[in-house]
Design a protein around this ligand. Structure first.
Ligand SMILES: Cc1cc2nc3c(=O)[nH]c(=O)nc-3n(C[C@H](O)[C@H](O)[C@H](O)COP(=O)(O)O)c2cc1C
Length: 366
Protein backbone atom coordinates (compact mmCIF):
# COMPACT_ATOMS: atom_id res chain seq x y z
CA UNK A 1 0.00 0.00 0.00
CA UNK A 2 1.34 3.44 -0.86
CA UNK A 3 2.25 5.54 2.16
CA UNK A 4 0.45 8.52 3.60
CA UNK A 5 1.32 11.82 1.98
CA UNK A 6 3.54 13.71 2.58
CA UNK A 7 5.87 10.78 3.24
CA UNK A 8 7.51 10.77 6.67
CA UNK A 9 11.27 10.81 7.28
CA UNK A 10 12.90 7.39 7.15
CA UNK A 11 15.04 5.70 9.76
CA UNK A 12 18.24 4.03 8.63
CA UNK A 13 19.38 2.51 11.90
CA UNK A 14 19.71 5.46 14.25
CA UNK A 15 19.93 7.92 11.38
CA UNK A 16 16.87 9.94 10.47
CA UNK A 17 16.78 10.74 6.76
CA UNK A 18 14.61 13.78 6.28
CA UNK A 19 13.36 14.38 3.65
CA UNK A 20 13.34 10.79 2.36
CA UNK A 21 15.11 11.83 -0.84
CA UNK A 22 18.61 10.45 -1.32
CA UNK A 23 21.41 11.58 -3.61
CA UNK A 24 22.65 8.51 -5.47
CA UNK A 25 26.24 7.33 -5.62
CA UNK A 26 27.70 7.92 -9.09
CA UNK A 27 31.24 6.90 -9.96
CA UNK A 28 33.21 9.75 -11.46
CA UNK A 29 30.62 12.32 -10.42
CA UNK A 30 29.44 12.41 -6.82
CA UNK A 31 32.71 13.62 -5.37
CA UNK A 32 33.07 16.21 -2.59
CA UNK A 33 32.64 19.13 -5.01
CA UNK A 34 29.33 17.82 -6.33
CA UNK A 35 28.15 17.00 -2.83
CA UNK A 36 28.97 20.50 -1.63
CA UNK A 37 26.87 21.95 -4.43
CA UNK A 38 23.98 19.61 -3.63
CA UNK A 39 24.16 20.59 0.04
CA UNK A 40 24.10 24.27 -0.85
CA UNK A 41 20.72 23.90 -2.53
CA UNK A 42 19.44 21.45 0.08
CA UNK A 43 16.65 18.93 -0.19
CA UNK A 44 18.67 15.71 -0.07
CA UNK A 45 18.22 13.82 3.19
CA UNK A 46 21.31 11.67 2.64
CA UNK A 47 24.25 12.16 0.30
CA UNK A 48 26.55 9.46 -1.00
CA UNK A 49 30.07 9.17 -2.33
CA UNK A 50 31.11 7.43 -5.50
CA UNK A 51 31.63 3.70 -5.10
CA UNK A 52 35.00 2.95 -3.50
CA UNK A 53 36.92 -0.20 -4.37
CA UNK A 54 37.47 -1.84 -0.98
CA UNK A 55 40.35 -4.02 -2.19
CA UNK A 56 42.09 -0.98 -3.64
CA UNK A 57 41.66 0.85 -0.36
CA UNK A 58 43.30 -2.01 1.56
CA UNK A 59 46.14 -2.16 -0.95
CA UNK A 60 46.84 1.58 -0.67
CA UNK A 61 46.72 1.29 3.08
CA UNK A 62 49.18 -1.58 3.18
CA UNK A 63 51.53 0.36 0.93
CA UNK A 64 51.18 3.42 3.12
CA UNK A 65 49.87 5.39 0.18
CA UNK A 66 47.19 8.04 0.40
CA UNK A 67 43.63 6.86 0.73
CA UNK A 68 41.59 6.76 -2.49
CA UNK A 69 40.74 10.04 -4.21
CA UNK A 70 37.15 8.95 -3.92
CA UNK A 71 37.33 9.57 -0.18
CA UNK A 72 38.20 13.21 -0.81
CA UNK A 73 36.26 15.36 1.64
CA UNK A 74 34.68 12.46 3.46
CA UNK A 75 36.47 12.96 6.78
CA UNK A 76 35.51 16.62 7.11
CA UNK A 77 32.32 17.41 5.31
CA UNK A 78 28.91 17.81 6.93
CA UNK A 79 26.81 14.79 7.77
CA UNK A 80 24.82 12.75 7.02
CA UNK A 81 27.01 11.06 4.46
CA UNK A 82 27.06 7.50 3.12
CA UNK A 83 30.19 5.94 1.66
CA UNK A 84 29.60 3.18 -0.83
CA UNK A 85 32.07 0.32 -1.14
CA UNK A 86 32.35 -2.72 -3.36
CA UNK A 87 34.10 -6.08 -3.36
CA UNK A 88 33.12 -9.72 -2.99
CA UNK A 89 35.23 -10.63 0.01
CA UNK A 90 33.47 -10.30 3.37
CA UNK A 91 36.76 -9.86 5.27
CA UNK A 92 37.98 -7.07 3.02
CA UNK A 93 34.61 -5.34 3.15
CA UNK A 94 34.52 -5.62 6.94
CA UNK A 95 38.04 -4.24 7.27
CA UNK A 96 37.27 -1.22 5.11
CA UNK A 97 33.89 -0.71 6.75
CA UNK A 98 35.52 -0.55 10.17
CA UNK A 99 38.04 2.02 8.94
CA UNK A 100 35.29 4.15 7.46
CA UNK A 101 33.40 4.09 10.72
CA UNK A 102 36.31 4.53 13.12
CA UNK A 103 38.51 6.88 11.15
CA UNK A 104 36.14 8.71 8.86
CA UNK A 105 33.08 8.55 11.11
CA UNK A 106 30.72 8.14 8.18
CA UNK A 107 26.96 8.04 8.80
CA UNK A 108 26.23 4.97 6.64
CA UNK A 109 28.26 2.30 4.87
CA UNK A 110 26.50 1.29 1.67
CA UNK A 111 27.31 -1.81 -0.37
CA UNK A 112 27.23 -1.80 -4.14
CA UNK A 113 25.39 -4.85 -5.43
CA UNK A 114 24.18 -3.11 -8.56
CA UNK A 115 27.12 -2.06 -10.70
CA UNK A 116 26.77 -3.69 -14.16
CA UNK A 117 30.16 -2.63 -15.51
CA UNK A 118 32.31 -5.53 -16.75
CA UNK A 119 35.37 -4.46 -14.82
CA UNK A 120 33.39 -4.88 -11.61
CA UNK A 121 31.20 -7.87 -12.58
CA UNK A 122 33.18 -10.17 -14.86
CA UNK A 123 36.65 -9.19 -13.73
CA UNK A 124 36.04 -8.79 -10.00
CA UNK A 125 32.86 -10.84 -9.49
CA UNK A 126 31.42 -7.94 -7.54
CA UNK A 127 28.65 -5.38 -7.88
CA UNK A 128 25.59 -6.83 -9.65
CA UNK A 129 27.46 -10.10 -10.26
CA UNK A 130 26.75 -10.94 -6.62
CA UNK A 131 22.99 -10.90 -7.18
CA UNK A 132 23.40 -14.50 -8.40
CA UNK A 133 24.95 -15.47 -5.08
CA UNK A 134 22.61 -14.49 -2.23
CA UNK A 135 24.64 -16.55 0.23
CA UNK A 136 27.74 -14.52 -0.39
CA UNK A 137 25.71 -11.32 -0.19
CA UNK A 138 24.50 -12.48 3.20
CA UNK A 139 28.06 -13.14 4.36
CA UNK A 140 29.29 -9.74 3.14
CA UNK A 141 26.42 -7.85 4.74
CA UNK A 142 26.44 -9.67 8.06
CA UNK A 143 30.20 -9.32 8.50
CA UNK A 144 30.09 -5.68 7.57
CA UNK A 145 27.19 -5.04 9.93
CA UNK A 146 29.18 -6.58 12.77
CA UNK A 147 32.30 -4.56 11.87
CA UNK A 148 30.46 -1.24 11.57
CA UNK A 149 27.99 -1.44 14.45
CA UNK A 150 26.29 0.74 15.50
CA UNK A 151 26.76 2.59 12.19
CA UNK A 152 24.13 1.33 9.76
CA UNK A 153 25.00 -0.71 6.70
CA UNK A 154 22.77 -0.50 3.63
CA UNK A 155 22.62 -2.29 0.30
CA UNK A 156 21.95 -1.04 -3.22
CA UNK A 157 20.80 -3.58 -5.78
CA UNK A 158 19.22 -3.92 -9.21
CA UNK A 159 16.21 -6.15 -9.90
CA UNK A 160 18.46 -9.05 -10.82
CA UNK A 161 21.26 -9.96 -13.20
CA UNK A 162 18.97 -10.14 -16.25
CA UNK A 163 15.26 -9.96 -17.14
CA UNK A 164 15.24 -13.78 -17.09
CA UNK A 165 16.71 -14.03 -13.61
CA UNK A 166 14.94 -11.33 -11.62
CA UNK A 167 15.32 -12.24 -7.96
CA UNK A 168 14.96 -8.96 -6.11
CA UNK A 169 12.28 -10.28 -3.74
CA UNK A 170 14.51 -13.08 -2.53
CA UNK A 171 17.50 -10.75 -2.36
CA UNK A 172 15.50 -8.25 -0.32
CA UNK A 173 14.77 -10.89 2.29
CA UNK A 174 18.43 -11.89 2.41
CA UNK A 175 19.55 -8.28 2.75
CA UNK A 176 17.24 -7.65 5.70
CA UNK A 177 17.97 -10.98 7.32
CA UNK A 178 21.71 -10.26 7.16
CA UNK A 179 21.19 -7.07 9.14
CA UNK A 180 21.17 -4.25 6.59
CA UNK A 181 19.35 -1.12 7.72
CA UNK A 182 17.86 -0.14 4.35
CA UNK A 183 17.58 -1.41 0.80
CA UNK A 184 17.83 0.72 -2.33
CA UNK A 185 16.61 -0.76 -5.60
CA UNK A 186 17.37 0.55 -9.07
CA UNK A 187 14.45 -0.75 -11.12
CA UNK A 188 16.42 -2.32 -13.94
CA UNK A 189 18.44 -5.50 -14.25
CA UNK A 190 22.20 -5.46 -14.71
CA UNK A 191 21.79 -6.66 -18.28
CA UNK A 192 19.53 -3.67 -19.00
CA UNK A 193 22.27 -1.22 -18.09
CA UNK A 194 20.20 1.96 -18.64
CA UNK A 195 17.95 0.70 -21.42
CA UNK A 196 14.18 0.90 -21.15
CA UNK A 197 12.33 2.33 -18.19
CA UNK A 198 12.91 1.56 -14.55
CA UNK A 199 10.23 -0.89 -13.41
CA UNK A 200 8.61 0.79 -10.43
CA UNK A 201 5.92 -1.90 -10.10
CA UNK A 202 8.64 -4.41 -9.37
CA UNK A 203 10.33 -2.05 -6.95
CA UNK A 204 7.03 -1.52 -5.18
CA UNK A 205 6.35 -5.25 -4.83
CA UNK A 206 9.57 -5.73 -2.92
CA UNK A 207 8.03 -3.94 0.05
CA UNK A 208 5.93 -7.02 0.85
CA UNK A 209 9.12 -8.99 1.29
CA UNK A 210 10.65 -6.64 3.84
CA UNK A 211 9.68 -6.74 7.50
CA UNK A 212 10.82 -3.40 8.79
CA UNK A 213 13.71 -1.79 6.92
CA UNK A 214 12.99 1.09 4.54
CA UNK A 215 12.78 0.50 0.81
CA UNK A 216 14.25 3.23 -1.36
CA UNK A 217 13.20 3.29 -5.00
CA UNK A 218 15.51 4.51 -7.74
CA UNK A 219 15.31 5.05 -11.48
CA UNK A 220 14.30 7.76 -13.93
CA UNK A 221 13.18 10.38 -11.40
CA UNK A 222 13.98 13.63 -13.17
CA UNK A 223 11.43 16.09 -11.82
CA UNK A 224 9.74 17.08 -8.58
CA UNK A 225 6.47 15.83 -10.05
CA UNK A 226 7.90 12.37 -10.68
CA UNK A 227 9.19 12.21 -7.11
CA UNK A 228 5.73 13.05 -5.79
CA UNK A 229 4.19 10.46 -8.13
CA UNK A 230 6.67 7.80 -6.98
CA UNK A 231 5.53 8.23 -3.38
CA UNK A 232 1.86 8.44 -4.33
CA UNK A 233 1.75 5.41 -6.60
CA UNK A 234 4.38 3.05 -5.31
CA UNK A 235 5.07 1.39 -2.01
CA UNK A 236 8.43 2.93 -1.23
CA UNK A 237 9.69 4.71 1.88
CA UNK A 238 12.26 6.83 0.12
CA UNK A 239 13.52 7.72 -3.32
CA UNK A 240 16.99 8.14 -4.77
CA UNK A 241 17.92 10.46 -7.63
CA UNK A 242 21.01 10.03 -9.78
CA UNK A 243 21.50 11.28 -13.36
CA UNK A 244 18.97 14.09 -13.40
CA UNK A 245 20.74 15.81 -10.51
CA UNK A 246 24.08 16.06 -12.29
CA UNK A 247 23.23 19.19 -14.23
CA UNK A 248 20.43 20.17 -11.87
CA UNK A 249 21.71 19.83 -8.31
CA UNK A 250 18.75 21.99 -7.18
CA UNK A 251 16.39 19.14 -8.11
CA UNK A 252 16.49 17.74 -4.57
CA UNK A 253 15.28 21.06 -3.14
CA UNK A 254 12.51 21.20 -5.74
CA UNK A 255 11.42 17.65 -4.94
CA UNK A 256 11.53 18.33 -1.20
CA UNK A 257 9.32 21.40 -1.61
CA UNK A 258 6.85 19.40 -3.68
CA UNK A 259 6.72 16.70 -1.01
CA UNK A 260 5.91 19.33 1.60
CA UNK A 261 3.07 20.47 -0.64
CA UNK A 262 4.75 23.80 -1.33
CA UNK A 263 5.13 25.40 -4.77
CA UNK A 264 8.13 23.96 -6.61
CA UNK A 265 10.86 26.60 -6.76
CA UNK A 266 11.74 27.37 -10.38
CA UNK A 267 15.12 26.39 -11.81
CA UNK A 268 17.71 29.09 -11.08
CA UNK A 269 18.01 31.48 -14.01
CA UNK A 270 20.69 30.72 -16.58
CA UNK A 271 23.18 33.16 -15.09
CA UNK A 272 22.78 31.57 -11.67
CA UNK A 273 23.22 28.14 -13.24
CA UNK A 274 26.38 29.32 -14.93
CA UNK A 275 27.67 30.71 -11.62
CA UNK A 276 26.87 27.42 -9.94
CA UNK A 277 28.90 25.61 -12.58
CA UNK A 278 31.80 28.04 -12.14
CA UNK A 279 31.70 27.52 -8.39
CA UNK A 280 31.74 23.77 -9.02
CA UNK A 281 34.74 24.24 -11.30
CA UNK A 282 36.56 26.21 -8.62
CA UNK A 283 36.03 23.44 -6.08
CA UNK A 284 37.36 20.83 -8.50
CA UNK A 285 40.40 22.91 -9.43
CA UNK A 286 41.15 23.68 -5.79
CA UNK A 287 41.39 19.97 -5.19
CA UNK A 288 42.96 18.59 -8.35
CA UNK A 289 44.85 21.56 -9.79
CA UNK A 290 44.16 23.38 -13.02
CA UNK A 291 45.15 20.70 -15.54
CA UNK A 292 43.42 17.69 -13.99
CA UNK A 293 40.55 19.76 -12.61
CA UNK A 294 39.77 21.30 -16.01
CA UNK A 295 39.68 17.93 -17.73
CA UNK A 296 37.55 16.49 -14.93
CA UNK A 297 35.14 19.40 -15.18
CA UNK A 298 34.40 18.88 -18.88
CA UNK A 299 31.78 16.22 -18.21
CA UNK A 300 30.16 18.19 -15.39
CA UNK A 301 30.00 21.27 -17.60
CA UNK A 302 28.21 19.24 -20.30
CA UNK A 303 25.67 18.14 -17.69
CA UNK A 304 24.98 21.73 -16.66
CA UNK A 305 24.37 22.73 -20.28
CA UNK A 306 22.22 19.72 -21.15
CA UNK A 307 18.78 20.55 -22.49
CA UNK A 308 19.52 24.22 -22.93
CA UNK A 309 19.50 26.05 -26.27
CA UNK A 310 22.95 25.95 -27.84
CA UNK A 311 24.13 23.16 -25.54
CA UNK A 312 25.50 21.26 -28.52
CA UNK A 313 28.01 24.00 -29.34
CA UNK A 314 28.98 24.40 -25.74
CA UNK A 315 29.57 20.65 -25.39
CA UNK A 316 31.68 20.53 -28.53
CA UNK A 317 33.95 23.30 -27.32
CA UNK A 318 34.13 22.43 -23.64
CA UNK A 319 35.08 18.85 -24.50
CA UNK A 320 38.47 20.18 -25.62
CA UNK A 321 39.42 22.65 -22.91
CA UNK A 322 42.52 21.95 -20.88
CA UNK A 323 43.35 25.22 -19.13
CA UNK A 324 41.35 27.53 -16.89
CA UNK A 325 41.60 30.29 -19.47
CA UNK A 326 40.13 28.05 -22.17
CA UNK A 327 37.42 26.89 -19.82
CA UNK A 328 36.33 30.41 -18.90
CA UNK A 329 36.48 31.52 -22.52
CA UNK A 330 34.22 28.69 -23.66
CA UNK A 331 31.83 29.37 -20.79
CA UNK A 332 31.71 33.05 -21.64
CA UNK A 333 31.21 32.41 -25.31
CA UNK A 334 28.99 29.36 -25.39
CA UNK A 335 27.32 28.54 -22.08
CA UNK A 336 23.63 29.24 -22.75
CA UNK A 337 22.57 32.45 -21.01
CA UNK A 338 19.59 34.73 -21.41
CA UNK A 339 19.63 37.26 -24.25
CA UNK A 340 20.23 40.18 -21.89
CA UNK A 341 23.20 38.57 -20.21
CA UNK A 342 24.68 37.46 -23.51
CA UNK A 343 24.47 41.01 -24.80
CA UNK A 344 26.13 42.45 -21.73
CA UNK A 345 28.91 39.86 -21.87
CA UNK A 346 29.56 40.57 -25.50
CA UNK A 347 29.61 44.35 -24.82
CA UNK A 348 32.07 43.82 -22.00
CA UNK A 349 34.41 41.95 -24.31
CA UNK A 350 33.61 44.14 -27.34
CA UNK A 351 33.18 41.02 -29.41
CA UNK A 352 36.25 39.24 -28.06
CA UNK A 353 35.97 36.39 -25.58
CA UNK A 354 35.85 37.71 -22.03
CA UNK A 355 38.08 36.03 -19.50
CA UNK A 356 37.61 36.81 -15.86
CA UNK A 357 41.26 37.17 -14.90
CA UNK A 358 40.55 36.97 -11.17
CA UNK A 359 38.87 33.66 -11.66
CA UNK A 360 41.61 32.34 -13.90
CA UNK A 361 44.23 33.36 -11.39
CA UNK A 362 42.26 31.96 -8.49
CA UNK A 363 41.86 28.73 -10.42
CA UNK A 364 45.60 28.58 -11.00
CA UNK A 365 46.36 28.90 -7.28
CA UNK A 366 46.44 25.28 -6.28
C1 LIG B 1 27.80 7.88 -14.39
C2 LIG B 1 27.11 6.97 -13.42
C3 LIG B 1 27.83 6.42 -12.37
C4 LIG B 1 27.21 5.58 -11.47
N1 LIG B 1 27.93 5.09 -10.43
C5 LIG B 1 27.30 4.36 -9.46
C6 LIG B 1 28.00 3.97 -8.29
O1 LIG B 1 29.18 4.29 -8.09
N2 LIG B 1 27.32 3.22 -7.40
C7 LIG B 1 26.01 2.86 -7.58
O2 LIG B 1 25.43 2.19 -6.74
N3 LIG B 1 25.33 3.25 -8.66
C8 LIG B 1 25.94 4.00 -9.59
N4 LIG B 1 25.23 4.45 -10.66
C9 LIG B 1 23.79 4.15 -10.76
C10 LIG B 1 22.95 5.25 -10.10
O3 LIG B 1 23.24 5.37 -8.73
C11 LIG B 1 21.45 4.97 -10.26
O4 LIG B 1 21.16 3.75 -9.68
C12 LIG B 1 21.04 4.94 -11.75
O5 LIG B 1 21.65 5.97 -12.47
C13 LIG B 1 19.51 5.06 -11.88
O6 LIG B 1 19.05 6.25 -11.31
P1 LIG B 1 18.66 7.54 -12.22
O7 LIG B 1 17.65 7.07 -13.22
O8 LIG B 1 18.12 8.52 -11.23
O9 LIG B 1 19.90 7.97 -12.89
C14 LIG B 1 25.83 5.27 -11.60
C15 LIG B 1 25.11 5.84 -12.66
C16 LIG B 1 25.73 6.69 -13.55
C17 LIG B 1 24.93 7.29 -14.67
Amino acid sequence: MPHPFPPPAIQIGDLTVDPPILQAPMAGFTNAAFRQIVRQYGGAGLLATEMVNARGFVWLDEHEAEHPDRLWGVADEPRPLAVQIWDNDPDIMAKVGRRLVEEYRVSVVDINFGCPVKQVTEKAHSGSYLLRDPQRMHAIISQLVKACAPTPVTAKIRLGCSPETINCNEIARVVEEAGAAALTVHGRTAKDFFRGNADWDRISQIKQHLKSIPLIGNGDLDSAEKVVAAFKHYDVDGVMIARASLGRPWLFAQAAAALRGEPVPPDPDLEAQRDCMLHHYQLVVDRFGEAKGTVLMRKFACCYAQGKPGARYFRTYVANVSTAEEFYRVVQDYFPVSDGAAASLSRAGQGAPVVDQDRVEAAGKV
